[in-house]
Structures are given as structure tokens and as C-alpha cells.
Design a protein around this ligand. Structure first.
Ligand code: ADP
Ligand code: ASP
Ligand code: MG
Length: 402
């Protein structure tokens, strides 16, 4: 069997954890399996490297930033390979480029174009365990690129897809995917399985347990993922295509606190305004999420929308000239908001999910600023300081009464 195993930063945070992971790997190897391991930087290494860059400059050069951040994973692959060697198994560590990760040229958010797997295959033929640095590759200029925060999950899925692995196991510091972040909601329950579509929504809506691009890729190439704990050997959560099982109405509650709300007040109430606003935002390469337009009154209206937290200032900058020209009353953004969402494939067939969520919030007197829905999710924008309380209340409403 060919097994791909990925270990996150907390799973390899110190020497003891590195040996713990080495034991998990060698156990599978000794059973006769081919094992490819993807590993993240230890503990808070990536955050520390980002801080170091900011000690030098507020706006680090993107190429140099990738060069810097890729160093985190270089440390962990070497240490893990040493630990596996200590346990008596043959092993080789490979940086992203050595493992064949070819990407486009978008530094800090590079897309994987392909994995040229010859090197990994030849190492496996030599009966070595292969330890690959996650989150990094090389572009056509032979420069190092990284995939964006949490990108090691995508490295693992890319290898599993390219090599048609039998298993793709994502080891982390919790036992699987839960009905809410188990660190915030103590009575959250572990899910045995979750569909790609639900997991993709959850990951995009703020549940950090899997990176959304990894789930997108897993769905595209039909790679079944399993999320499990590196510290507690119990069955985890399978991420896969929908089965015929009765769909759960709601599978999980998620929070995203990294949201900015942009408000433009007192603009003309006439055709073409939304186009004028959102085409400018799009030109600035900013993703818009929720949108709210007020009813026109006295010839003017207001538009409010949300963008990723670090794009708030850029969205305002993109609209300033337009706002001045049409005499808007104000153009502002704030980041004291958070998005709370419920996700579940069963929503399509169970009515009343939104009402139930709003009931939970109303019972706690939490004000809803914006709402958006799709077939499998309902999201609300609320004050950031109320987000954790909101998650608990919504979780209790859906799961404690079951
Ligand atoms: P790693 O370093 O292993 O990649 P991450 O920190 O990226 O781990 O992701 C694991 C964390 O995701 C958990 O510690 C947990 O707090 C958080 N999390 C958020 N939502 C969920 C959820 N629904 N189920 C499980 N974990 C979640
Ligand atoms: N080390 C990178 C990060 O912290 C990649 C990863 O952990 O997946 O974002
Ligand atoms: Mg992660």
C-alpha cells in the first residue's frame, strides 16, 4: 500500500513530538507499506519567521518572503528524517523542489501545476521513507514559492493524487473534524465522516482544521482524506464523496474572525452602481463575500460588503476616487466583525435551518448585521466580540437538542 501522511506544526513542535511522529510513520513502514510523509514547520515557526521579516520591513519583498518561510519546513523535514533514522529505518528528506513540486509564479499563494514524482518514486523503490517539506515548490524561474498559510495540507493531497495513494492521512492536534472547534466548544462532537462539499464550505468559512484548497483538490482527484490525531490513536474523520447515508441537517458551526466590513453610504440610487463599485474592487484583486444593498430613499442608497480582514484598507482605497466623485456621504471599513456559519448538506431537504440559527442568536440578544445563504450553509455577520458566544449558542441549538 502507498500511504501519504501529513503532520501539522503542533504534531512536530519539539523533539519528543518529532519522535512520536517518527514512531507512527515507522509502524506503517514496518508493515511493508510505502510511506511518503509531508510535514509542516515546527510549532509557531512560520509566525516567528513572519515577525522577523516585519522587524526588518513593513512590506517584505514577496520573493524573499517565500525564501524565508520555506526555511521552516526545511528544519522540520531534516529533524524528522534524523528521528526516523534513529528508529532504524531508511529515510530521505526532500525540499519541495526536490520532490518535484512545480508551481506558478504567484509568491506566497502559489498554485501547484504538477508534481513530478520521479524522485519520490525512485526513493520509494530504494525502500526509503520519503519526508517532504510541505507548503513549498519551485516556479519556472527556479525560485522557491509557498502556497499560503496552511498549505501543507495541499502538498499532501497533491502527492496522494499524483501517485494514486491508497490513503491520505492528515494528522493534527485534534481527533478529527468536529461539530464546532473543539477548543472553543467543549461539547463539540467528532464526525465519523463529512462530504467534500461540506468540508470545503467549512474550511472556507473559517474552520482551520483543513486548508480549503486541499479539500478542493481532494474532491477534484477523488482523494479520500482522513483527519486524525497524532497524539491519540483513535479513528478520525473521513472526508469523502457523499454516501447514501441519511444526511445530517447540520454538520458543523464555523467562525471566521478575519473579516472586514466596508460601507459606502449615500450613493446614487440608479442602474449600474453595483457594477461600478464591484468592478473597481475586483480590479484591485479583492474577493468580496457578503453584500447588502439598502432600499433607495431620496435618490440615494447604501452598499455594505465584506472582504478578507487584510483587504479592508485596499477596498476603501480602490473606491475612494469613485466615492468622492459621486459625493458619497461616507466610505469606511471596520474589522470588529466576525462571520458565524452553519454548514450541512442536509439543509437542502430540511427546512427551517436559518430560522433555528436566528432563534439561537435572538435568545442571546446577538444582533445580526448581514446574512448570506447557499444550498449548504447559512452565514451571519455579527460583532466580533460576540462571535464565540454566538458559536456556542448556535451549536447548542442544533446539537444539544438532538
Ligand atoms: P495543523 O498545525 O495540524 O495543520 P491547524 O491548527 O491548522 O493544525 O488545525 C487544527 C485546529 O483546527 C484545531 O486545533 C482546532 O482548534 C481547529 N478547528 C477549527 N474548527 C474545527 C473543527 N470543526 N473541527 C476540528 N478542529 C477545528
Ligand atoms: N507552515 C505553514 C503555515 O504555518 C504551512 C502549514 O502549516 O501548513 O502556514
Ligand atoms: Mg493546518
Amino acid at each position: 500500500m502507498l500511504i501519504v501522511k501529513k503532520f501539522g506544526g503542533s504534531s512536530v513542535a519539539n523533539a519528543e513530538r518529532v519522535f512520536n511522529v517518527a514512531r507512527i510513520i515507522t509502524e506503517d513502514y514496518k508493515k511493508g507499506n510505502d510511506v511518503v510523509v509531508v510535514v509542516s514547520a515546527q510549532g509557531d515557526t512560520t509566525d516567528d519567521l513572519i515577525d522577523k521579516a516585519h522587524e526588518i520591513t513593513k512590506r517584505p519583498n514577496k520573493r524573499e518572503m517565500d525564501q524565508l518561510l520555506a526555511a521552516g519546513e526545511q528544519i522540520s523535514i531534516a529533524l524528522l528524517a534524523m528521528a526516523i533514522g534513529e528508529l532504524g529505518c531508511p529515510v530521505v528528506s526532500l525540499l519541495g523542489w526536490q520532490a518535484g513540486f512545480r508551481t506558478n509564479t504567484t509568491y506566497s499563494a502559489a498554485r501547484i501545476k504538477r508534481v513530478e514524482t520521479e524522485r519520490i518514486r525512485s526513493e520509494l523503490e530504494k525502500k526509503r521513507i520519503v519526508v517532504v517539506a510541505g507548503f513549498q515548490g519551485v516556479n519556472r524561474n527556479e525560485d522557491i514559492t509557498t502556497f499560503g498559510r496552511g498549505g501543507s495540507d495541499t502538498s499532501a493531497v497533491a502527492i496522494a493524487a499524483s501517485m494514486k495513494a491508497d490513503l491520505c492521512q492528515i494528522y493534527t492536534d485534534v481527533e478529527g473534524v468536529f461539530t464546532a472547534d473543539p477548543r472553543k466548544v467543549p461539547n463539540a462532537r467528532k464526525l465519523d465522516e463529512i462530504t467534500y462539499d461540506e468540508m470545503l464550505e467549512l474550511a472556507t468559512l473559517g474552520a482551520q482544521v483543513l486548508n480549503n484548497r486541499s479539500v478542493e483538490m481532494a474532491k477534484k482527484y477523488n482523494v479520500e482524506m482522513e483527519v486524525l490525531s497524532s497524539l491519540n490513536p483513535v479513528p478520525g474523520t473521513k472526508v469523502k464523496e457523499a454516501t447514501n447515508m441519511e444526511k445530517m441537517m447540520i454538520s458543523s458551526v464555523a467562525k471566521d474572525a478575519h473579516v472586514a466590513r466596508v460601507m459606502i453610504v449615500g450613493i446614487p440610487d440608479e442602474p449600474g452602481i453595483a457594477f461600478k463599485i464591484f468592478s473597481r474592487v475586483a480590479q484591485a484583486h479583492i474577493n468580496v463575500d457578503m453584500i447588502l444593498q439598502s432600499v433607495g430613499r431620496d435618490g440615494t442608497k447604501d452598499i455594505t460588503f465584506t472582504v478578507p480582514e487584510d483587504c479592508g484598507a485596499a477596498a476603501v482605497a480602490a473606491l475612494q476616487e469613485y466615492a468622492d466623485r459621486v459625493g458619497a456621504k461616507s466610505l469606511t471599513y471596520d474589522t470588529k466583525t466576525a462571520k458565524v456559519s452553519v454548514v450541512g448538506a442536509g439543509m437542502e431537504t430540511h427546512e427551517g435551518v436559518a430560522a433555528k440559527m436566528f432563534e439561537a442568536l435572538s435568545e442571546k440578544s446577538i444582533n445580526i448585521q448581514m446574512i448570506s445563504t447557499s444550498e449548504i450553509k447559512v452565514s451571519v455577520l455579527i460583532a466580533a466580540e460576540e462571535a464565540d458566544r454566538a458559536v456556542s449558542a448556535v451549536h447548542a441549538k442544533f446539537f444539544d437538542e438532538m
